[in-house]
Design a protein around this ligand. Structure first.
Ligand SMILES: [Zn+2]
Length: 1072
């Protein structure tokens, strides 16, 4: 049952338009497209981010965008999603209650939903809104408790449908103008749904086979399969009725006027406009329509909503619903001065003047950022038409993009054919209305390949990873076949005797080599379950591409089909979090798509919080903001490749900015950490960035950042602000290609500085900025923002605009400083920060005031630093009780000491004199505990806990005894007899008296009590020490210690408590 709909996964398409920013990972139901409008159709009462309890067993809260209207509470993966992950009918909700500090629960008859707000105020707001709606509902006469008896939905048809990719049954219900999806029939009765689809935006089409069909909306495509052809016909018929009912039951006018902005003339604002310009996408009153007509068909194509019925196809109506006057005027009328705006009573001359200026002369339009760059405009158009943003297309078309430009794709040469191919029928409609003559290109259907065959070249299989170069002579030609669950190869096409092959289910990994690695240009490797590697190759790129796609489709579970064809490596790995211990992985570039249980998640490897390779076992732990991921070591050859790839793609210090380890904001970690430090401690420091630090410190710090930036923390405070400031400068000066991305771009920026006209220059900077890769642009933004802060405090730190220019010009442009233009550019970027980076002056001013306030009061500067990567961890206080966990936001660099003080503070506990609190790792099953070192970092530790472990904070009674013992000690060593039991197997549980010794840095175990023969020797630092003793072992005394080294476990029993204290004290002090 867990295999449910919320795991529907659609690939996140990256928009190619350069102003579009890259988004975070994609998870679950999400649209391929993001709408600009969202609230036009729902009356949203409240919306905001909340954290929701994770599905069964998870520790980490999930951040969700939650929306409340009078009927439903829904939550979404992000603000931009159209389709919720869950919707709960408020008719089924019995009550809402506040629980714990920031949380509240929603109870319905079948289950409880727990949410957590960011503040008490916010939580109370939610509870208040919900209570208001619930009581309003109670007071109305409508029956409660059933999803569909609340008056909002009438079921017209319902039943199970099978959803494709991944295959999941969904209970589906057609209502008047919406389609509702549920995980099951049962949940439908419980009032808990997945999402609803507004059918006004949808179209229904035949699928790839006789029993399948698709429902396409501008945001994503849903594919369904049913049991029989007749059933399909029935569904399609009813869905089509639903579409037309939703669109046209009111007539064209009513339909279009449902969007509020469409109820007024786009030009003169008179109400209920019954005319439209179908290419300019605006609704017009009769008078304005007359003026439009006089401009000619080539400027404005005027049609009546009432008279020209046949023009109004469903798609054209959708254009006006999605775009309409509201959006279209954001473009056409962005800059209308009040003195030139048109009023309802305007005379015909005023109308003609205004409308001509507005549409024909383009006087008020908002010029596209690419205006004037023909090639970039065309490229942007080709990209835009594949997605839902109609305003972008309208803007491009009217700012010079060529509607007939060549897309560069032979099958879909024009933007129109590309839009159709991408399923963007509304985009296609918009293009069509703006096109005079259009040559139709048949849309080639993308045939999904289940079977495939052809000649490839193959080397002999190997039991080891193939690291050496294979020349063409090492390969021999084979006829290869994929089908019927097998991958087989034959001597030639005619041969019936198989040379070899494997079941597809036995392929555990498939890896595409970079071109030219071997004698054949394109090669890929298959790894079998048995641990053998098969290398295949061809010189023909398109043959290789088809094979890669076919094999990927055959090997991968359907949930990952979307990534087929463009990934470098895929396969399954043993991993703790996966279902039955198996997870599926696809790596393309920096992106690792992961299918665990039934969730597809995308991890940007550059943004990992930590990456740990356990040397001894070979396993890997990846910690990202979604939690930890443990890949278990595997001795078969495919695993080494995964290790290498993941490590390579997780960012490296000697690469350009975009290939460095990145922060959550997408800025190199090195820059992020240095800026944080200087912001916290250096803004008031005189001559910051100008004074040099201690060279050896800077070099050391630089090396640490270069080898693993993520691991650098500041807790030791061994560096001065000048050391850190200079490390930052050195990084910027030396990083490959620099911030401006290469010499050629450096020159463009420097040339722009020479422009005479100020606004032209700013505009040029904006264009250059938008052309930078995401990481470079973001880096430049945070850097300049930082310099604006530094300059703002120049009375204190003496770093005036000019000084900053002198320092950062040569640094950012990586020049020797002889050319003053570099400094000029930096000065101008700082000076014009708001207009170039599109930041509002008032926002900036607020931030700057806050900065000065905080600094002036010499308060903790914590609030200034951007939130570092962190995770919410659950710890217990004094005793573990269900539901009593304390949730703490744990940043990557939080120490155990800090954790203890945060928890005590959160719980309002004052430390008494001579009282010590520590954090313990508790092994529940063994009834043992380990005191954690106060300097240890919490996050890696937390993620390495196994499932029967937890963190507990409590008073430490031993510590006084330990301190007293250590006070008078000069020479730290201890030896003496202990009762020892080595836990080899369940059977060996005998304790023997042996001589033990702890001296220097070593712990020694002797064979006997008197013997001089040392049996075991361990570095004390590598031992983990637990207090307690398993009662199962029948320990001879209650004062036990357990030592763990790798897989070996030793139990030691002392004679009395003092002895236990002494041994513990000695261990601790040696381990520090
Ligand atoms: Zn008008």
């Amino acid at each position: 049952m867990q295999k449910c709909f919320n795991n529907l996964k659609v690939e996140e398409y990256k928009k190619e338009t350069i102003i579009q920013r890259e988004r975070e990972d994609s998870i679950d139901i999400r649209c391929t497209e993001f709408p600009d409008f969202s609230e036009e159709f729902h009356q949203i009462v409240k919306a905001g981010w909340l954290e929701k309890t994770p599905p069964k067993g998870g520790k980490i809260y999930q951040r969700r965008w939650v929306q409340l209207d009078s009927e439903y509470i829904r939550y979404f993966q992000s603000v931009k999603e159209v389709y919720s992950k869950r919707m709960v009918s408020l008719g089924s909700v019995d009550k809402v209650v506040s629980v714990g500090d920031l949380r509240f629960e929603l109870h319905n008859q079948s289950r409880t939903f727990l949410f957590r707000a960011e503040s008490t105020q916010e939580r109370n707001d939610w509870v208040c809104c919900l209570e208001k709606i619930l009581s309003d509902r109670k007071n109305s006469l409508e029956p409660r408790n059933l999803f569909f008896k609340n008056g909002s939905v009438n079921s017209i048809f319902e039943g199970y449908l099978e959803m494709l990719s991944p295959r999941n049954k969904v209970y589906t219900l057609i209502s008047r103008d919406k389609l509702f999806l549920f995980r099951s029939h049962e949940e439908y009765f419980q009032g808990v749904g997945i999402t609803d689809i507004d059918m006004r935006m949808a179209s229904v089409r035949d699928g790839e086979n006789k029993r399948s069909f698709t429902l396409t909306t501008p945001y994503r495509t849903f594919s369904f399969v049913v049991n029989s052809e007749s059933e399909k016909v029935k569904w399609c018929e009813l869905l089509n009725e639903c579409v037309s009912r939703s669109l046209s039951c009111d007539g064209v006018c009513e339909s279009i006027w449902r969007v509020p902005a469409n109820r007024f003339c786009a030009d003169c604002n008179s109400s209920m406009p019954e005319w439209a310009s179908i290419n300019l996408c605006v609704l017009l009153c009769e008078k304005c329509a007359g003026v439009h007509r006089s401009l000619g068909q080539n400027v404005s194509k005027v049609r009546s909503l009432k008279l020209d019925e046949r023009v109004w196809t469903d798609d054209l109506i959708r254009v006006f619903l999605l775009l309409g006057n509201g959006k279209a005027n954001q473009f056409w009328g962005a800059n209308i001065p009040p003195s030139e705006s048109l009023c309802v009573n305007a005379n015909s001359e005023q109308r003609l003047q205004h409308i001509t200026a507005k549409y024909k002369d383009g006087k008020y339009r908002k010029y596209h950022i690419l205006f004037g760059q023909q090639e970039a405009l065309n490229k942007a158009l080709c990209s835009a038409v594949q997605f839902a943003d109609l305003l972008e297309t309208l803007s491009l078309l009217n700012c010079g993009a060529d509607i007939n430009c060549h897309t560069g794709i032979p099958q879909f040469p024009s933007p129109l054919s590309l839009a159709k191919h991408s399923g963007q029928t509304v985009q296609a409609e918009l293009l069509m209305q703006n096109l005079n003559s259009e040559t139709f290109t048949p849309v080639v259907k993308d045939v999904s390949i289940r079977s495939h065959s052809g000649n490839l070249f193959k080397t002999a299989s190997s039991a080891r990873p193939i690291t050496d170069h294979k020349s063409k002579a090492d390969f021999s030609q084979r006829w290869c076949c994929l089908g019927d669950g097998m991958f087989s190869y034959f001597k030639n096409e005619q041969s019936h005797n198989k040379c070899g092959g494997m079941k597809i289910s036995e392929i555990i990994c498939f890896s595409v080599n970079s071109p030219g690695k071997h004698g054949y240009e394109h090669t890929f490797e298959l790894f079998s379950e048995e641990g053998r590697v098969y290398l295949f190759g061809t010189d023909d790129g398109s043959i290789a591409k088809n094979w890669i796609r076919a094999i990927a489709m055959a090997v991968l579970p359907p949930a990952l089909f979307d990534v087929c064809g463009n990934c470098d490596r895929l396969g399954r790995l043993r991993c703790t979090e996966g279902s039955n211990g198996i997870g599926w992985f696809c790596l393309s570039g920096f992106k690792l798509q992961v299918l665990l249980k039934d969730n597809v998640q995308t991890i940007d490897l550059r943004k990992l919080l930590t990456l740990t390779l356990c040397d001894s076992s070979g396993s890997m732990v990846l910690v990202w903001r979604g939690g930890p991921l443990h890949l278990l070591a595997d001795r078969r050859p495919h695993f080494v490749g995964w290790q290498t790839y993941i490590q390579q793609k997780s960012g490296a210090g000697d690469q350009p900015l975009s290939q460095q380890q990145l922060s959550d904001l997408g800025v190199p970690v090195t820059i992020d950490r240095c800026l944080d430090y200087v912001t916290c401690y250096g803004l008031l420091s005189s001559g910051i960035y100008r004074k040099s630090g201690i060279n050896s410190h800077v070099t050391k710090l630089q090396e640490r950042f270069q080898s693993d930036a993520r691991s650098v923390t500041w807790c030791e405070s061994e560096y001065s602000v000048d050391d850190v400031a200079n490390t930052l400068k050195r990084f910027l000066r030396e990083v490959k290609d620099g911030v401006f991305n290469g010499q050629e771009n450096n020159n463009s920026w420097l040339r722009a500085a020479g422009l005479e006209d100020r606004s032209e220059k700013i505009h040029r900077y904006q264009i250059l900025l938008s052309n930078l890769p995401d990481v470079n642009r973001e880096t430049l933004r945070v850097l300049i923002h930082h310099l604006v802060c530094v300059q703002h405090l120049s009375e204190e730190n003496q770093m005036t605009l000019r000084n900053l220019g002198i320092v950062f010009g040569p640094t950012l442009f990586q020049t020797d400083g002889t050319d003053a233009t570099a400094s000029q550019v930096v000065e101008e970027l700082i000076q014009n920060y708001c207009s170039i980076f599109n930041v509002s002056e008032s926002d900036l001013q607020r931030q700057l005031n806050m900065t000065s306030d905080v600094l002036n009061k010499h308060k903790s500067q914590k609030s200034l630093s951007r939130t570092p990567s962190s995770t919410i961890c659950a710890v217990y206080l004094e005793k573990k009780e269900e539901g009593a966990a304390v949730l703490v936001q744990v940043p990557a660099d939080m120490t155990v000491f800090k954790l203890v003080s945060v928890v005590l503070e959160q719980k309002g506990i004052q430390k008494a004199n001579e009282e010590f609190w520590s954090c313990y790792e508790i092994l529940e099953k063994e009834d043992m505990e380990r005191t954690l070192h106060y300097q240890e970092r919490v996050l890696p530790l937390y993620f390495s806990l196994s499932c029967h472990c937890h963190l507990l904070i409590k008073r430490n009674h031993y510590i006084l005894g330990i301190m007293r013992y250590l006070e008078n000690k000069v020479n730290l060593c201890k030896d003496g007899p202990l009762r020892v039991c080595e836990l080899k197997s369940e059977s060996s549980r005998n304790f023997h008296l042996r001589h033990c010794e702890l001296s220097g840095k070593t712990f020694r175990l002797y064979k006997e009590l008197q013997g001089s023969q040392c049996e075991r020797e361990y570095p004390a630092k590598e031992l983990k020490i637990y207090h307690g003793c398993r009662s199962k072992l029948h320990p001879p005394t209650p004062w036990g210690l357990m030592l763990i080294h790798d897989k070996q476990q030793w139990y030691l029993c002392c004679e009395n408590e003092d002895e236990l204290t002494e041994w513990t004290a000695t261990f601790y002090s040696i381990q520090v």
